[in-house]
Design a protein around this ligand. Sequence first.
Ligand SMILES: NC(=O)c1ccc[n+]([C@@H]2O[C@H](COP(=O)([O-])OP(=O)(O)OC[C@H]3O[C@@H](n4cnc5c(N)ncnc54)[C@H](O)[C@@H]3O)[C@@H](O)[C@H]2O)c1
Length: 338
Amino acid sequence: MLRIGFIGSGGRAVREMLDLVQIPEVAIAALCDISEERIDQALAQLQSRTSARLSPAKFTDYRSMLDGVELDAVYVSLPPFAHGAVEHAVIDARRALFVEKPLAADMGVAREIDAHIKDTGIINAVGYQWRYAEPFTRARDALRQVPIGLVIAIRLGPLPPAAWWRRQAQSGGMLVEQHTHSVDIMRFIAGDVASVYAAAGLRLLTDVPDLDIDDVSAASVTFESGAVGSIVNSCAVAGAQMPNVSNYVHIVARDLVVAVSAGQLSLFRPGSDREDWRPERENSNFLLNQAFVEAVQTNSMAGIRSPYSDSLKTHAITIGAVQSAREGRVIALAELLV
Ligand SMILES: NC(=O)c1ccc[n+]([C@@H]2O[C@H](COP(=O)([O-])OP(=O)(O)OC[C@H]3O[C@@H](n4cnc5c(N)ncnc54)[C@H](O)[C@@H]3O)[C@@H](O)[C@H]2O)c1
């Protein structure tokens, strides 16, 4: 049996556990949260949605959990500002490490964790589940041998409710916290980015109390291949009748245009009928969790598509965009990754 613990027992932890309880070789052995109430809420939500019987040990301090329970792997499911010491403790304890995106609210904390992971060679993964979604893998395969010219990533949606999400110092802002998914898909399909230049502002949600993040942002990127890209986001688009566009990516390549989201892949070729493909079901999150469990069981990173070291490059693009908008200059990602 693979014994898993969670540090942070909020909404995302529940989502992951709903997948993990479907894997017979996994036991949810321990839950930690600074709030005991959140642990009990998480367990109540789980028990209402699964017939699996759960009786994890409960902790309000992650060090006590790491010292007190034999674990094979730990999920770190914390708000961006809370990363750092927690991961270092898990790595020091030589447990396999799963970290939810984003890696942190800034770059330095994530770089130090990456270095520590490299020093120890522990099994690791980051929660970029869309890398396991078939529309995106099919898009990447269709473009493998084709020169890419332009990549456009769009995300338009509402403001999430969590108070920490609305504070720049706590979440890192909209692009770092949530829209990092679209940025990661861009990289997954079109390769690494060399530089970013962005404009951003708080233009629309000015009447929302205690909010200091940008609610609109537009970033231009240059890929290492020479392709160019555009990342366009707003978290000020709310309401049932309003567009809710997430992880929607267009790629303009030689004699091929690809439009892809988690729900559909469309290929356009000059002189040919448009090809549309839809997955029968969307189970990318389960596939991510399954890949992590297998990696821990086999002590091999072969099936992990989102290792920490690679996710750091996605994180650098979003952090670079925020910095570029603030400083009004092009940011070479090499500045952030050294
Ligand atoms: N991949 C995805 O699609 C996806 C979806 C949702 C959330 N997420 C990510 O998951 C992370 C968590 O999000 P969430 O929605 O669960 O947030 P949340 O606010 O619901 O839960 C976070 C929990 O962490 C706890 N916490 C804070 N500091 C702690 C510490 N030092 N030790 C133990 N517990 C601590 C809080 O009390 C809270 O219960 C975020 O980074 C978010 O971006 C990813």
